[in-house]
Design a binder for this molecule. Structure first.
Ligand code: MN
Length: 235
């Protein structure tokens, strides 16, 4: 081999090795942190919400349902222009574009996002009337905590089939809204503050078909007002 040819060969190989080292050479070994849709650890132990939500439900709901949405979303996103966007932008843009393929991408991405939001909307020893910051917001928007509680309960119990019940900020006031299937309030121009999953998989093992008991348990023992306050930007 002539010296010039050897140089060209070794430089080429070196450049390829450097690309591999920089992680640009292939996508096979990307770590989960690089993927646009994250699967964060639960903010508490998987038995922390017992007896209101059992460890068995959490393991199935988080470990199977939630994980499944995250994995399908990342598979559908990989190699598309969505891969470079933050997850909120993926949800908004896929919703607006609304094609069938984007529908699957939208549904799985929104479901992954909604579940992370749901885990953060609960804590052990939560629920009941809020204090201070959130109390003022609730009273301004609904009149009283009692009225909020009645309205949230009615919305969550009355949501037909699969979906979510939300506390949202809309035009400077708090509102309760329900969404079907995977929809997130942000695609309707509202800021989500708290959510309750009312798909049957969220409560069927613990409450069978008694969704109203699951809703009461959320309101009285689990609801995390600190998360709502943080989403409202409490200093
Ligand atoms: Mn769910």
């Amino acid at each position: 081999m002539k010296r010039r040819d050897f140089m060209r060969w070794s430089l080429g190989t070196g450049a390829l090795i450097m690309l591999e080292m920089a992680g640009l050479g292939c996508s096979r070994d990307r770590s989960p942190q690089d993927l646009p849709v994250k699967f964060p650890a639960l903010p508490y132990k998987d038995d922390a919400l017992d007896p209101y939500i059992s460890q068995e439900t959490i393991r199935l709901h988080y470990g199977q349902h939630h994980r499944g949405y995250v994995e399908r979303a990342n598979r559908l996103i990989e190699g598309t222009r969505y891969a470079r966007l933050p997850v909120e932008a993926i949800i908004r843009e896929a919703f607006i574009e609304g094609q069938f393929e984007q529908g699957q991408l939208y549904n799985n991405t929104a479901q992954a996002y909604n579940h992370t939001f749901y885990w953060n909307s609960m804590k052990s020893d939560g629920g009941g009337a809020p204090t201070e910051f959130m109390r003022r917001w609730i009273e301004t928007s609904f009149g009283s905590y009692r009225e909020f509680r009645t309205a949230f309960s009615k919305a969550a119990t009355g949501r037909f089939a699969s979906g979510w019940t939300w506390l949202v900020l809309s035009e400077g006031r708090l509102e309760i809204m329900t969404t079907a299937n995977a929809h997130n309030p942000m695609v309707f121009g509202k800021l989500p503050l708290l959510t309750l999953d009312v798909w049957e998989h969220a409560y069927y093992l613990d409450y069978r078909n008694r969704r109203d008991e699951y809703v009461q348990a959320f309101l009285d023992h689990l609801l995390n007002w600190d998360f709502a306050a943080a989403n409202l930007g409490e200093a």
